[in-house]
Write a protein that binds this ligand. Structure first.
Ligand code: ATP
Length: 429
């Protein structure tokens, strides 16, 4: 930020229980600070007087419970204050969850059910504010000293790692409004595509795997058990999408279902879960501040996320370029390529494309610009059940010398030669 833009400082007064909604300009970052009073961004409190710099295009709100004065420096796409927000209902949910965490903490750790804090799953259509509500609940919990686990099942617009993945990470501090979720050692599974319909069975297997690993980790960890989970989901709520939500509720043993912004989904969830008395289904209003994103914006956000993985949020990381021999890498795809058309099969035979089949992939020019995951598997047959260490980006393929050039966030050898390929691509801009 060179300061080439003329200074446009302005002060905004926030009444109690109101918020300042901001869309940062597309090409210029915005500086903002709290001058007086108290305010928070999605559950994370602002330190007084401290300038924060928000990247271009970011959409967020500064909310105040008791009133505040905010100072902004720089142009915005839009900024306005709103006094109608669902924040009181959100914080009431937090209070109930907090009570359950206290109860879990006070219970004997020998009783696995009583010592388990709330497992909250947030569901709703796209652009209903699911990620935002998840962040608030996590930040409010962390502020009170809990260490809840954030689980993000959104392979399109996830906030823990790059698209095409599902992931979980403990939240120990309120989430930084600029930096987002800390990236230290998340538990990540690579699905490889940005829509679940590409391979529904694989998506389910990975969700189940993630849930089982977390279950095991929590067994011996009373603090993390009491903190519970907040699970963010995809906005796909019709048909198979709905089935996947029920599958996730089941896999993670969720006991609080928060339904955002859709009456129909709420009533469906309530009816289907009414025979599970320990699961509470709660309807919550969508915030008027949530900004809708079209397919193009979503694609752009995905691309930013990948860029951020390699280069850091403010270009503060320098990824390493390395060259590997084809023979040193072992690349796999899950679920074979295109299925044989039915007409090509003997009469009476069914199409048999096993969606979980692990197929070795020969390296060719088509792999240019793909993002691959580096598996922790020791043997190929462990790939499906293994989490991933990180990602590489293919920048060159030399078929003659049989060498592949790739970008990785850290220097040194890859932790494993087993790589997973899907359909996730990226074009460096
Ligand atoms: P999806 O399912 O499509 O991933 P979502 O339901 O998780 O979407 P969010 O990501 O929470 O929706 O919100 C969409 C956008 O709206 C985000 O950029 C978020 O920062 C912004 N947003 C949410 N609440 C507010 C608010 N009160 N004021 C301003 N911006 C907001």
């Amino acid at each position: 930020y060179t300061g080439a833009v003329p200074a446009t400082t302005k002060q905004v007064k926030l009444e109690k229980e109101s918020e300042l909604r901001i869309e940062v300009a597309n090409n210029t970052p915005l500086r903002l600070r709290l001058l007086s009073g108290t305010a928070e961004i999605f559950g994370s409190e602002l330190a007084p007087e401290n300038w924060l710099t928000f990247p271009p295009s970011l959409k967020f709100a500064v909310f105040s419970w008791s009133g505040a004065t905010i100072e902004m420096d720089g142009p915005t796409e839009t900024d306005y204050t709103a006094d109608e927000t669902p924040m009181v209902s959100y914080v009431n949910v937090h209070a109930v969850l907090d009570g359950r965490r206290n109860h879990a903490k006070a219970s004997s750790s020998i009783d696995p059910d009583a010592s388990q804090g709330p497992r909250v799953i947030v569901v709703g259509p796209t652009d209903s504010g699911k990620s935002t509500l998840s962040k608030m609940l996590l930040s409010w919990a962390a502020k009170q000293g809990w260490k809840p686990t954030y689980v993000d099942l959104d392979i399109g617009q996830g906030s823990i790692t790059i698209p095409g993945s599902i992931a979980a990470t403990p939240i120990e501090m309120p989430i930084d409004p600029v930096e987002g979720i800390p990236l230290e050692m998340p538990l990540v599974y690579f699905y490889g595509h940005t829509t679940p319909s590409q391979n529904v069975d694989l998506y389910k297997v990975l969700v189940k795997e993630l849930a089982q690993v977390l279950e095991r980790q929590m067994t011996g960890n009373t603090e993390s058990r009491a903190g519970g989970m907040v699970i963010n989901t995809m906005g796909w709520i019709e048909g198979v999408g709905y089935e996947l939500l029920l599958h996730a509720i089941d896999a993670f043993n969720a006991n609080v279902v928060l339904v955002l912004g859709q009456e129909k989904l709420f009533s469906m969830m309530r009816d289907v879960l009414k025979n599970k008395p320990n699961v509470d289904v709660v309807k919550l209003q969508k915030s008027g501040g949530v900004v809708s994103r079209n397919a193009k914006v979503r694609q752009k956000t995905r691309s930013y996320r990948i860029r951020e993985y390699f280069y850091g949020l403010g270009n503060d990381l320098s990824p390493h370029s390395s060259i590997a021999n084809f023979s040193d890498l072992s690349i796999f795809r899950v679920g074979g390529g295109p299925q044989a058309p039915k007409s090509a099969l003997p009469i009476g035979a069914d199409r048999v494309a096993d969606p979980l089949r692990l197929a070795p992939v020969d390296i060719n020019r088509d792999m240019l610009h793909l993002v691959l995951a580096v598996s922790y598997a020791q043997e190929p047959d462990q790939i499906l059940s293994s989490n991933v260490a990180g990602f590489i980006y293919v920048t060159d393929i030399d078929m003659q010398r049989r060498k592949l050039t790739y970008l990785s966030p850290a220097a040194g050898e890859l932790p494993s030669k087993y790589l997973i390929v899907g359909s996730l691509t990226w074009t460096e801009t």
